[in-house]
Design a protein around this ligand. Structure first.
Ligand SMILES: Cc1cc2nc3c(=O)[nH]c(=O)nc-3n(C[C@H](O)[C@H](O)[C@H](O)COP(=O)(O)OP(=O)(O)OC[C@H]3O[C@@H](n4cnc5c(N)ncnc54)[C@H](O)[C@@H]3O)c2cc1C
Length: 478
């Protein structure tokens, strides 16, 4: 085995490791899953880890993988939780975290270029020093990278105003598993849409060029306390027609705060939900926004909280997993859903017989990304399986309301046929076949579930687990 990697190890010494201990760090992602589950189905330890410092190293690694038909698994911040970045059956793991830094700021055309392994927070800091800012970034910006968000769904903070990050991308440098570099653009023979959101299954992204904006002159964060999510829908509907538009809208339910309070965090309220609306723009626009929010609160029966609460929620926006501290394990279901369906979805979630923290932000004027979190304990295998089955109820609730899981990886591949039309799935597979005929890029994910996770088997298993859980309380959690 080592023989195969000899050339690479000699040429890129400190960028390549076969060390067993070091490789073991790559056997999981953000989600804690008991080894009993993963060992049954997968070989999660990579055979080799390459951490490229430059594009030459990517190219040589990919050449070797093509020659030897080895699986290649791209991994960056690993802030995803569906095993997107974990090998399904060994192979070469390319850790992109060292390919880092902002390469260019085009001040005239409002564009920036960064290495794919640059965390968003770092990009924003560099931009701000130069008087610019990102249009959007994920709430995992402290660790999540440019290449990671390019390869996943691309909605986050600022999406209320600027939509999806994918629409801001102008170009990306990608090494294809056919053995060549391409400069993907919005249009052309390799359109960006083929690659964005495809979870590292079509190539290695080394650089991304994307739109930026001037640093806003002022900002304002309004916090509104509400009693029900029907009020949230009224708020979002009213915001849709207003000028200036809101930059970001996020919300947390009362349990989110009470679970934080249990851990000793100071929270703005315990018994109601909170919506935080952020405006960024000129001083004039902020003045108008403040007036609008006052009216909005009066019209919807929401209570305006002191301005400091809005500021604190905003300052906390990159720490959405605060309650993890109360662990040991945090399980979650994350969905994309139409705004008007949030109240019904929330009702379903609260019937889970499980204390859950619900947090979300708007992906635009009428769609939200909602994260439902609850405690579990991965050290208790059987209990954990019952607790994990509850994620299916979260996804079922969203799907029955026209929503879908946010992200695919391995775990959510079981829902693919329920949420995407047949022709979309066929088209994706055809592009995969064309660009990766050897099937070496991040195999075993995204396009279809592994055999043991066949949707029928999975549905039956989860259904039985949820039934038993409701009847006898096993896996009830806390
Ligand atoms: C607290 C928290 C908040 C979050 N908030 C958001 C949010 O607001 N919006 C959102 O969309 N998601 C969010 N997420 C999920 C996750 O952070 C994002 O999807 C993020 O963009 C992943 O970036 P990453 O660098 O961690 O990528 P990874 O998790 O390392 O990888 C993600 C996928 O991209 C592939 N990949 C990564 N880099 C490359 C590359 N250079 N070339 C080819 N393939 C690559 C991987 O193979 C994998 O399939 C959040 C997660 C957490 C924990």
């Amino acid at each position: 085995m080592t023989q195969k990697y000899q050339r690479l190890m000699e040429e890129f010494q400190d960028q390549v490791t076969r060390d067993d201990f070091e490789r073991s760090f790559y056997t999981r992602d953000l989600a804690s899953v008991p080894p009993i589950m993963t060992r049954l189905m997968f070989q999660t330890k990579p055979d080799l880890v390459v951490s490229p410092l430059n594009e030459e190293c990517i190219e040589e690694t990919m050449r070797l993988a093509i020659e030897e038909r080895l699986a290649v698994i791209p991994r960056a911040g690993a802030t995803t939780a569906y095993m997107n970045t974990v090998p399904a059956d060994g192979g070469i793991l390319i850790d992109l975290n060292r390919l880092r830094g902002v390469l260019d700021i085009d001040k005239e055309n409002l564009l920036a270029e960064a290495w794919s392994g640059t965390p968003w927070y770092e990009v924003e800091q560099t931009l701000q020093k130069n008087g610019f800012s990102l249009c959007t970034y994920p709430s995992s910006a402290v660790a999540a990278t440019v290449g990671g968000w390019f390869n996943t769904e691309g909605y986050g903070i600022g999406s209320m105003q600027y939509g999806c990050f994918h629409d801001q991308v102008e170009a990306a440098q990608i090494y294809l598993p056919q053995g060549k570099w391409i400069d993907a653009r919005q249009e052309g023979s390799y359109p960006l849409s083929w690659f964005m959101g495809k979870e590292g299954t079509l190539g290695i992204v080394s650089r991304v060029r994307f739109r930026i904006r001037h640093l806003p002159e002022a900002e304002y964060h309004a916090a509104l306390a509400i009693d029900s999510f029907t009020q949230l829908v009224s708020i979002i509907n009213r915001l849709a027609g207003q000028a200036p538009g809101a930059y970001n809208v996020q919300f947390s339910d009362s349990d989110c705060f009470s679970m934080q309070a249990d851990l000793g965090y100071e929270v703005p309220l315990h018994d109601r939900h909170l919506v935080c609306i952020t405006y960024q723009g000129s001083a004039e626009e902020i003045k108008a926004a403040k007036k609008n929010v006052q009216q909005l609160a009066a019209d919807t029966g929401a209570e305006m909280m002191p301005e400091q609460v809005g500021q604190e929620v905003w300052d906390d926006r990159l720490y959405a997993l605060k309650i993890k501290r109360g662990g040991p394990t945090l399980l979650a279901g994350e969905v994309a859903l139409s705004a008007d369906k949030i109240p019904l979805f929330y009702q379903q979630v609260k019937k889970l017989n499980q204390r859950t923290a619900v947090y979300g932000h708007f992906m635009g004027p009428n769609k939200a990304n909602i994260l439902v979190q609850y405690y579990a304990d991965e050290s208790k295998n059987i209990q954990y399986l019952f607790q994990m089955a509850k994620t299916k109820r979260i996804y079922d609730a969203a799907i029955s309301l026209g929503g879908r899981p946010y992200g695919v990886g391995i775990w959510n591949s079981v829902y693919l046929k329920r949420v995407f039309p047949e022709d979309i799935l066929r088209q994706r597979k055809a592009i995969k076949q064309e660009l990766d005929p050897l099937g070496i890029m991040n195999p075993g994910k995204y396009y279809s579930p592994p055999a043991l996770l066949h949707p029928v088997l999975f549905g039956m298993g989860s259904g039985i687990a949820n039934g038993i859980s409701s009847l006898v309380g096993i896996g009830k959690g806390r």
